[in-house]
Design a protein around this ligand. Structure first.
Ligand code: 3HC
Length: 290
């Protein structure tokens, strides 16, 4: 199978934008596609800012930063025709909204357009790879490539095979993760994989502790930071991830593992109802408006 040289990323949010940045920095020709002009503009200015910071900190030379920037093509285009822009990609990494139906629709369209060698990877945080792959005629080339936020900083890529993922697809994906300076670690295709199966119930429990008055949010976070050496407390981390994403992942765990103990805490759900989604809306558990 050919070596991966061209990477396409669909979805220019925090995750997709970060994946495109590390791909370009690692020397890959990179395309970043998003239908929303705002998302592309935001990703572009974050890339400029982070690459400038890398130069300032002496982690990169200015010519290397300029070369990385020049390797990214930003595509702000809507509709199925936009996908034709990705025809020369060796791997397409999807990082769009966590909605199984929307992802399956996208993968079916991608599969219809791509050639026999291309890998279709999803950055889903919890949706079944087997289910997404089943929407395509080529489930052997579909794989989970789960990055962590912030992508340029976090070392892990959780690599998840669907039922039909071929050994060749897995091998090439692992090799790619290594070239991106990440550490790939395999996990099986069960709800939440490993990372969110373990992380999300802890975050959910922090909301229960808050709801039951065990401690104030800031104290819950301080206890976990100082007592368990977590870089962020669980409630701050929930804001960082997005409270809507946390509820979604808890639902996937509850449904996928058929166990109501994984259902999202009512207080977490209430904040989502109030549109307090965390960093992205300026307020979640904590207030970032100032
Ligand atoms: N993008 C790129 N780089 C970033 C960044 C971002 N969004 N945010 C911070 N950084 C870099 C900073 O530039 C800085 O590097 P530098 O000093 O060399 O320039 C370095 O990270 C440290 O940043 P700060 O000094 O500003 O702040 P902290 O020391 O508090 O670190 C943090 C910030 C790296 C985010 C740290 O708090 C952390 O590791 N938090 C936990 C993150 C985590 O758990 N992520 C996983 C979330 S779960 C997930 O993604 C899975 C999903 O499925 C839900």
């Amino acid at each position: 199978m050919p070596e991966i040289k061209n990477i396409a990323v669909i979805g220019a949010g925090q995750m997709g934008g970060g994946i495109a940045q590390i791909a370009a920095t690692a020397g890959f020709t990179t395309k970043l596609l998003d239908p929303f002009p705002g998302a592309i503009d935001k990703a572009k200015s974050l890339h400029d800012k982070l690459l400038a910071r890398a130069v300032e900190k002496g982690r990169m030379t200015q010519p290397d930063a300029d070369a990385a920037k020049s390797r990214i093509t930003y595509i702000n285009d809507q509709g199925d025709a936009a996908l034709n822009n990705l025809a020369d990609a060796d791997i397409v990494i999807e990082a769009i909204i966590e909605d199984a139906a929307i992802k399956k629709d996208l993968f079916a369209k991608l599969a219809a357009m791509l050639t026999a060698d291309q890998i279709l990877a999803t950055n889903t945080s919890s949706i079944s790879i087997t289910e997404i792959a089943a929407a395509t005629p080529c489930p052997d080339r579909v794989i989970g490539m789960h990055f962590f936020n912030p992508v340029p900083v976090m070392k892990l890529v959780e690599v998840i095979n669907g039922l039909a993922t071929s050994p060749d697809t897995t091998e090439r994906t692992i090799a790619l993760a290594e070239k991106l300076s990440k550490t790939p670690v395999p996990a099986n295709d069960r709800a939440g994989f490993v990372s969110n199966r373990v992380l999300m119930p802890m975050i959910n429990e922090a909301f229960y502790a808050w709801m039951e008055g065990v401690a104030e949010p800031a104290h819950i976070d301080e206890i976990m930071k100082l007592g368990c050496a977590h870089p962020m407390g669980p409630l701050r981390l929930a804001d960082f991830i997005g409270l809507d994403t946390c509820v979604h992942i808890m639902d996937v765990l509850a449904d996928g593992l058929n166990n109501e103990r994984y259902r999202a805490c009512p207080l977490l759900k209430q904040l989502v109802t109030a549109n307090r989604l965390g960093d992205k809306t300026g307020r979640g558990v904590f207030d970032y408006s100032k």
